[in-house]
Design a protein around this ligand. Sequence first.
Ligand code: PLP
Length: 389
Amino acid sequence: MSDQQHEHLAKTGFETRAIHAGYDPDPTTGAVIPPIYATSTYKQDGVGGLRGGYEYSRSANPTRTALEGNLAALEEGERGFAFASGLAAEDTLVRSTTAPGDHVVIPDDAYGGTFRLFDKVEKVWGVDHTPVALSDVDAVRAAIRPGQTKLVWVETPTNPMLTIADIEALAAVAHDAGARLVVDNTFASPYLQQPLTLGADAVVHSTTKYCGGHSDVVGGAVVVRDLDLAERVAFHQNAMGAVAGPFDAWLTLRGLRTLALRMERHSDNAEKVVEFLTSHEAVTHVYYPGLESHPGHDVASRQMRRYGGMVSFRVAGGEQQALAVCEGTSVFTLGESLGGVESLIEHPGRMTHASVAGTDLEVPADLVRLSVGIETADDLVADLERALG
Ligand SMILES: Cc1ncc(COP(=O)(O)O)c(C=O)c1O
């Protein structure tokens, strides 16, 4: 594609970029879909003469390059990086932006594995953290240690309590203190929210979730705008080596092409499920940023296109009923993870968030989390009705 064509593509709509960005049909065959380059190394045009920049597949692989270009276009960033998992992406970003002795502000509600990474890995390496309620901008400002805090780490909506953080406000607070703002955009996906356009310095994804969208691949991503930061991440991606393999990159790219359609349907179905749950007598609280009663509703309406497919709720019968509901559905599958076309149900306290028990991030025992899929909405509602008895 010529530079002019690239420039034109950058100005097109989300769906167009999702389908076309990152890859030009193969010059030899015209293949419309990027081949899975199952190669570890590349024939060089003489010593030091790399063909198109490829020398070894940890450093770069054409299938991964296609995915990375696509992710950058969807997040409206300059460069994307694809990793073996979301946690690999997070660890690489943390080490690209901090050094032992530094400090990070983290959410007081977040994916349990992210907390475990900060608490059991980065802390041992010498990077300390403070959990804070990110919906409270003043509390974030107060938790920043001037000169020592290098990152403010945001999840919005959070996993599993669906709280909302104001990305624009937090970017200003972080930047005032000379820190960077990172947004884990896994729950929203780039279709619903583009944090770099709101002032964030980096976006991370577990592409395992909505980006991949079919529960058939584990992966992660980092997207940035600043080219110096991009160079640091590129260096660490290669030096640490937790890259996405070519088949995984290909599956994730295939998922991204339909992200817009899927997110619309996830949001439609979640709204119907929320409507049902809010009127059910056994349900004591529903967490969904699309609800007008949600404390983050106004901020979510400003920074998100719609509210997504994740819904959490609490039940009157305590932990026992929460466990019974999780084990009582048949269309919702009992399982960890989220963001696939199929609906999933889980008990965060005993499953995805077991690692935060006894910490500031502990989740309520009567909480159930749903990843609402794209099946027939009436079937999802009927399934929950049966399980709630
Ligand atoms: C919000 C969020 N971020 C990051 C991760 C970690 O991603 P992965 O499981 O791909 O390592 C997860 C996994 O569930 C997640 O939900």
